[in-house]
Design a protein around this ligand. Structure first.
Ligand SMILES: CC(C)(COP(=O)(O)OP(=O)(O)OC[C@H]1O[C@@H](n2cnc3c(N)ncnc32)[C@H](O)[C@@H]1OP(=O)(O)O)[C@@H](O)C(=O)NCCC(=O)NCCS
Length: 161
């Protein structure tokens, strides 16, 4: 784990930085797995801020920071569905997603959640597999008329996590 990382809950003023990190992450980190057309449908150049605001009201979001710079974020529902897990390209493979994921698990376990689910991208599947998730179903979803592949994944939690 990167020792300079810290975690905090997101606030409403984080919205523009969250959307910007998401967009950079999709266009750079997911470039190995998705075409430019797919990435543009997933993370449009002009994001819909209102849609993001409404999405984020339904989830709890934690932010990882390094010296005041946003390094990643995770959003999850009270029922244990991980909606978003995104690392900024400059912080890739430095333990950001791991730190966020572990903090989310701690909170969800405390709420009594025992099963985690997510819809993982091709890019995120190895991360979730490394955390004990299994693929429930390969899915093809449509965004803006473009088809994207993803995986419904799940794992059971035990209290000793
Ligand atoms: C997937 C993602 C969240 C991983 O974030 P990260 O901060 O780089 O992950 P970590 O550094 O905590 O990785 C922990 C472990 O997960 C696995 N892992 C993470 N990314 C991986 C990849 N691209 N390929 C293979 N294994 C990977 C490895 O085991 C890694 O450990 P290691 O670096 O010691 O080998 C990040 O790459 C990302 O934001 N991707 C683009 C957007 C996306 O698809 N987000 C998820 C939407 S569902």
């Amino acid at each position: 784990m990167n020792r300079t990382l810290s975690l905090r809950p997101a606030t409403e003023t984080d919205l523009p930085s969250i959307v910007s990190l998401f967009t950079d992450s999709v266009h750079q980190l997911a470039a190995r797995s998705y075409t430019p057309e797919q990435r543009a449908a997933w993370a449009p150049e002009v994001p819909d801020e209102e849609q993001w605001r409404s999405r984020l009201t339904r989830v709890e979001t934690l932010i990882a920071e390094s010296d005041g710079t946003m390094a990643g974020f995770i959003s999850f529902t009270a029922g244990g569905h991980i909606e978003f897990l995104f690392t900024a390209p400059a912080f890739s493979r430095r333990g950001v997603a791991s730190l966020l994921y572990e903090a989310a698990v701690e909170r969800l376990l405390a709420k009594g959640v025992r099963t985690l689910t997510t819809d993982a991208s091709l890019e995120a599947r190895p991360f979730f597999e490394s955390r004990g998730f299994s693929v429930v179903e390969a899915q093809t979803v449509e965004r803006d008329g473009v088809q994207l592949q993803r995986f419904a994944m799940a794992r059971c939690l035990s209290q000793s996590e």
